[in-house]
Ligand binder design. Structure first.
Ligand code: CU1
Ligand code: ZN
Length: 188
């Protein structure tokens, strides 16, 4: 009987050690996500360099995984253009975009910033953002569908947006040609 007890105690101690170790490493992994930062007047887009404030359409914000650097973007379009780069696409950066169901297109309010990875996007609509064609972002799919019904385009989840969507909607030659909206002819 003492033999069994002895082995049992040994097994329990090993189990306890495993549990403590597992808990320790878990705690390290679960870090709180950084909160969104307000877009201040004078902030410039990390991609195109233009001052962000005063332009219509949803903006983007990235807080980098390791250094917690804040990158702000004039448009969801520019945020995706940066985030889809090979050096960023697999990083666990924290991303925010405006929920356009909660705020005005012409002057999005930072109280409406939402997790960009959970958002729904309307690509190819007729509403222009800061750089022309952009991706209209929404917290709920229903908001994206309602927007699409009114302004056209296609509803995509975060993970379904590719560089192709970005480039098709925004040819380089039209970068600062706002308001023309002719994206019918595109050749590569
Ligand atoms: Cu720009
Ligand atoms: Zn920009």
């Amino acid at each position: 009987m003492n033999h069994i007890n002895h082995y049992l105690r040994g097994a329990l101690m090993i189990l306890a050690v495993i549990l403590v170790t597992a808990c320790g490493s878990n705690e390290e992994q679960v870090e709180a996500k950084p909160e969104p930062v307000h877009i201040e007047s004078g902030d410039e887009c990390h991609v195109c360099g233009m001052v962000i404030e005063g332009f219509p359409g949803p903006k983007g914000e990235v807080i980098t995984e390791k250094d917690q650097h804040v990158r702000k973007f004039c448009s969801t379009r520019d945020m995706f253009a940066w985030m889809l780069q090979p050096e960023n696409v697999n990083r666990d950066h924290t991303l925010y975009v405006h929920d356009m169901a909660q705020t005005e297109w012409d002057s999005p309010d930072d109280t409406a910033l939402i997790d960009a990875r959970m958002a729904f996007y309307v690509v190819g609509s007729e509403r222009d953002g800061a750089m022309g064609p952009t991706l209209a972002s929404f917290a709920n799919e229903s908001g994206a569908v309602a927007f699409k019904k009114e302004y056209g385009g296609q509803v995509l989840k975060y993970g379904d947006v590719t560089m192709e969507h970005i480039n098709t909607e925004m040819p380089m030659g039209d970068m600062h040609d706002m308001g023309e909206g002719d994206s019918s002819t595109m050749e590569y």
